[in-house]
Write a protein that binds this ligand. Structure first.
Ligand SMILES: Cc1ncc(COP(=O)(O)O)c(C=O)c1O
Length: 447
């Protein structure tokens, strides 16, 4: 039998295993994902390793789609590439029926490579180059204009093109969420959005296909979407009245909060996040109850990112060491750093032992392995004492980490996906020194 590890005595109310008012508390650990042992996944694919559960992607997507499709007749999701643009992940969303929402030429090409027809790509973002715009126009993509300079550039391109650009404008507005996101798109309240709409509709070289907003990110009030959808619906009605022009779609962007917990939040995200049904209710009611004529009801686009993928991602790693800080607090060093878990800057991630442990927990600081003071994964977590080498699992990391990760100090590990039949596939290889040597150049005089 392995030698038991020494645990420093601490005085603490014992609740583990003792029935409480609501239940018998369970030991908190995750030792398997979709039928695969956490330890065995790391033995085979390395540690750390990212795991994506296709089953969770599909279940979450279908739940979200159902919430909207049962309340509104024409719904179309467009997968927000920046949230997670690994091809295998995108392909699952496209297979489920999602279009693509991209914000750069790089993401646009990725979507084309993933087999998405240009006409099913929504092109957002404030930084589209002339070359990007020409490509998007050629492919008949839906271009969401961010500012007047972009609109003038599109007009210039359109003047020399046989293809009529299909446009929407991004609109920012007061929805009761503060601080307001007013840096993207045209403002609703000050009349800028109406001005942009007029300019587009007065040009016979441009098509105004839709209206778009993305009111912010990690939004915890469904009502804010109701306010936003009403404002867009009002614009659609005004456009029809003045120009006799019917808007084909209203795009409500992304931003639904996932069940992660924000730093400083009083309650865990899983207790406070509105459900897809609540978001769908607020949005569809606002459009259905507007003055838009039933025959002209626009398609409702959703660019939901984090709320669709966060739960499907796990990051597996291990304990490297334990030590006491000068003030007596316990700290544990993991082999997972901020470079691999960018979202730990704003979330208190759910972190679990990857195997059964003792009921005893102690307030612990979880550090990453980087030689940088900012490399903190959790400032404070009740965690059992674990030995170097013991597995840990970080849950709900599917959004933004596999795109905002940094090649900093160390190389990025493999990403694997467990398919719905429980087969494991490598969907991104780990980096090696050769990966970087292939793009670095040393000038002749330094060789
Ligand atoms: C235009 C746009 N659409 C969709 C998204 C996805 O947002 P989220 O992941 O919060 O749903 C973003 C993210 O910032 C965005 O900028």
């Amino acid at each position: 039998m392995a030698k038991k590890i020494y645990e420093r005595p601490v005085i603490k109310k014992i609740s583990g295993g003792v029935p409480g008012k609501f239940n018998i508390p369970k030991r908190n650990y995750i030792d398997e994902i979709d039928g695969h042992s956490v330890q065995e996944l790391m033995d085979e694919y390395g540690s750390p390793v990212y795991v994506v559960s296709e089953k969770t992607i599909v279940e979450t997507y279908r739940k979200a789609h159902q919430a909207f499709a049962t309340r509104y007749p024409k719904v179309q999701f467009a997968w927000s590439y920046k949230t997670n643009y690994l091809d295998a992940v995108c392909k699952v969303y496209h297979r489920e029926g999602s279009w693509a929402e991209v914000v750069s030429g790089f993401e646009f090409d990725k979507a084309l490579n993933n087999g998405v027809p240009g006409s099913h790509i929504i092109f957002n973002g404030p930084g589209k180059s002339e070359e990007d715009l020409k490509k998007a126009i050629r492919h008949k993509a839906l271009i969401h204009v961010d500012h007047f300079d972009e609109l003038y550039l599109i007009m210039k391109i359109a003047a020399q093109s046989d293809v009529k650009p299909r446009l929407a404008i991004r609109i920012n507005m007061d929805t009761g969420i503060y601080p307001r996101w007013d840096r993207f798109g045209f403002n609703y309240e000050n009349g800028e959005a109406w001005n942009a709409i007029n300019r587009i509709l007065l040009s016979d070289k441009l098509e105004l296909a839709g209206l778009h907003t993305h009111i912010g990110t990690y939004i915890m009030t469904a009502n804010a979407y109701g306010v936003a959808a009403s404002k867009l619906a009002n614009l659609a009605v005004r456009i029809e009245k003045k120009f006799n022009h019917v808007i084909k779609y209203i795009d409500m962007g992304g931003g639904f909060a996932s069940q992660n917990t924000l730093k400083g939040a009083y309650l865990p995200g899983r207790d406070t996040t509105p459900s897809f049904d609540e978001f769908a209710e607020a949005i569809s009611n606002a459009i259905i109850n507007s003055d838009i004529k039933p025959a002209n009801l626009p398609v409702l686009f959703l660019e939901t990112g984090r709320a669709l993928i966060d739960d499907a991602g796990y990051l597996l790693g291990k304990v490297l060491a334990n030590k006491r800080l000068a003030d007596g607090r316990r700290s544990t060093i993991l082999n997972i750093g901020l470079n691999l878990l960018f979202t730990s800057l704003w979330y208190q991630h759910d972190i679990y032992p990857g195997k059964e442990t003792s009921f005893h927990t102690e307030n612990t600081v979880l550090y990453g392995p980087l030689c940088m003071n900012i490399d903190i994964i959790r400032e404070s977590i009740e965690f059992p004492l674990m030995n170097p080498g013991d597995p840990v699992v970080i849950k709900r990391i599917g959004a933004y980490n596999m795109t905002q990760w940094l090649q900093f100090i160390d190389l990025r590990p493999k990403v694997i996906m467990i398919d719905t039949e429980k087969k494991v596939h490598i969907i991104r290889e780990n980096e090696t020194n050769a990966t970087f040597q292939s793009i670095e150049r040393v000038p002749e005089y330094l060789r």
